[in-house]
Design a protein around this ligand. Sequence first.
Ligand code: NAD
Ligand code: UDP
Length: 311
Amino acid sequence: MKKKILVTGGAGFLGSHLCERLLNEGNEVLCLDNYFTGGKQNIEHLISNPYFELIRHDVTMPFFVEVDEIYNMACPASPIHYQYNPIKTIKTSVMGAINMLGLAKRIKAKILQASTSEVYGDPEVHPQTEEYWGSVNPIGPRSCYDEGKRCAESLFINYHNQNDVRIKIARIFNTYGPRMHPADGRVVSNFIVQALQGNDITVYGDGSQTRSFCYADDLVDGLIRLMNTDDSVNGPINIGNPNEFTILELAQKVIELTASKSKIIYEPLPTDDPLQRQPNIDKARKILGWEPKIKLDEGLVKTIEYFKKVL
Ligand code: NAD
Ligand code: UDP
């Protein structure tokens, strides 16, 4: 059945893949964005579709519309962008959640929050399970993002408990793929752009910190499966790829796959940069019947092809 679906942050990296998939599945999609880190170039191929609608709006302001489902993706995700205006980042997560939950409550829509592995902070539990409460520095440079997302999770669960809003919370782990902005600042796009342009590859710290990288298509598949679970599913679910790599390994892989002559250089590790990160995805496997299919090498090749075209 055709659904009417609102995607906030729909012109961003993940939002644009989500809009495309939802349209392909026969839905009507309303894409809302303030174009802070996203852009029309990400969704221009969708604009001629009569079931696609683009709205310039900021989620910190109330929004009125009639839809069946809401994916709340709006929020800058790269540290350089979310730290550019930290107060605005907090407002986007907190006021954005309040506005979208208020909307969901009024129109009885189902709503999914794009939460993050950052709610675990610099984790003492490894791999991270949904039961782990996290280790976040509440006054550090990442707190505008981490605590904003943690507050959004609290708002979601309380709107569910108090007002019966049908909620889903996806804890998304590092995701990469085509349509990341070349100046996004996150590690995969930085390394690929540096390698393709023959510039030095900037490894922060000694490169021994780890991340687990999920390809965008796998991630979007997980989000849609989560939205489609029955109403008894409302706790957070990790969505990410459990294959863990050091940042140095990632740099070497990118150099190899691009056949680049770039050299690795070392720069200071940013404050509060988590040392390790790997999702435990037992819940996603069991409840969503989902696990990532695309291996890092395969996903990197596709992403490199994309950046070759846009650079
Ligand atoms: P992105 O920066 O490419 O996309 C975010 C989008 O939200 C952009 O289009 C931006 O313009 C829009 N936006 C920002 N503030 C807004 C506001 N106040 N009102 C309306 N629109 C606004 O980032 P992404 O990687 O696509 O991330 C999408 C979501 O997924 C974010 O909520 C992010 O926190 C979450 N997430 C992403 C990752 C990842 O690795 N990509 C990991 C964890 C969580
Ligand atoms: N990083 C790096 N070089 C870069 C960009 C990032 O070494 O040019 C490191 C960063 O310090 C972190 C990891 O890569 O340890 C992932 O960073 P990213 O910003 O992509 O995501 P997050 O830290 O939010 O997981």
